[in-house]
Design a protein around this ligand. Sequence first.
Ligand SMILES: [Zn+2]
Length: 100
Amino acid sequence: MITITAVDPPGCGCTECLTGQYAPLDQATAQDIAALLSGQVSNHTSVDLRVTVTYTLAADRAIGASNPEAVCVEYAGTVWVLEPSDIVRDHGREGFTSPS
Ligand SMILES: [Zn+2]
């Protein structure tokens, strides 16, 4: 269950981070990051996140019809390993959406 509404810059100590409405990036959980990628929480991080998605390309499928096997998000040596089921690619649209 996502209770935050935004991920803030690493080390942030603003009122919202202290009350738990936002999470500083360095304290964000994998679930928070999955919600960030899905657009469920706002991105206030002001940093670039490296996202690595691993697919297996089946012989009878195009990459766009394949589902991710692994999703890793990295920033400054911290790696969040996300469950691929947390992040489902919405074929033909930008970004990611969460499964409904
Ligand atoms: Zn903050």
